[in-house]
Design a protein around this ligand. Structure first.
Ligand SMILES: [Fe+2]
Ligand SMILES: [Fe+2]
Length: 273
């Protein structure tokens, strides 16, 4: 069995809640997951000091687990190169310096291959919108990225679960009523063709677990809520844990309990793969 802790949207900086960060660190130390996966928005404003605090969190997690992280829209210094004009190297410079030089890492552990997919590109022609609030917020995946992902999937060991780690939610949020990602049908269709078993994402700040049906192969989507003060609709913070067995995917959402100062497990959802 492979055990993954899926956390998202930690937003180190003002929204981070130290008690909740401590509680996740305790959960990681107690449960000793095989992998801790963070699906982006580790910072609030892509500031070096925020990344530094996220890096300390990752360093502690690495003492007991493997880790994989991808950038979220808050982690991209988009103002350095809007529409590709300016210093595009500066978009991820601090993220690369403090978090991971690779913005699309691949991690192999017994039973699973986890593949990072960067959906946070700053302000580009492809995600341009008249809605000012959405500038730099929308997620996107290019054809070249999908081709690279396909290569990673094909090179995975046949019995390994194929897991994509990305920031933007491809399934509409219940409260937000929005997808974070553009062209979700195309992207989810490509995942199914590639035999992706599981997607780990965030961005919506509301936890959700879905099964996306497809003629070729269905995909389980774990959307982790935020661990910060930015939860949607005043809901408590949460994280998801995932157990991968040969034929099944078990997902549990752990909900923040303020009085007990810990994350407590909720009911388990089971899918076949
Ligand atoms: Fe976020
Ligand atoms: Fe986000």
């Amino acid at each position: 069995m492979t055990r993954i802790l899926h956390v998202s949207d930690l937003h180190f900086g003002r929204p981070a809640v130290p008690l909740q960060i401590d509680a996740i660190e305790a959960l990681i130390a107690d449960e000793r997951f095989d992998v801790v996966a963070i699906s982006g928005d580790v910072s609030q404003r892509a500031r070096a000091g925020e990344f530094q605090r996220a890096a300390a969190f990752l360093r502690d997690a690495r003492r007991v687990s493997e880790t994989i992280v991808v950038p979220g829209n808050h982690d991209v210094a988009w103002w350095n190169a809007p529409m590709g004009l300016g210093d595009s190297g500066a978009l991820y410079a601090d993220y690369r310096a403090f978090i991971d030089d690779d913005i699309e890492p691949v991690l192999d552990v017994p039973g699973a291959r986890l593949m990072g997919l960067n959906t946070s590109h700053g302000i580009t022609r492809r995600t341009l919108t008249w809605n000012m609030r959405d500038l730099s917020v929308l997620g996107d995946v290019t054809r070249a990225q999908l081709e690279r992902l396909r290569t990673h999937c094909e090179a995975a060991s046949p019995d390994a679960a194929r897991v994509v780690v990305m920031h933007h939610n491809p399934v509409r949020g219940e409260l937000s009523q929005r997808h974070g990602l553009k062209h979700t049908k195309k992207v989810l269709g490509a995942f199914a063709e590639m035999g992706v078993d599981l997607v780990l994402c965030g961005h919506d700040h509301q936890e959700a677990i879905h099964f996306v049906e497809h003629t070729k192969k269905g995909t389980v989507v774990s959307t982790a809520g935020t661990v910060s003060s930015r939860s949607r609709g005043g809901r408590p913070s949460s994280v998801n844990s995932i157990d991968l067995t040969d034929g099944e995917i078990h997902i549990v959402t752990w909900i923040w309990e303020p009085t007990a100062r810990r994350f407590a497990p909720g009911p388990v959802k089971v899918f076949t793969r």
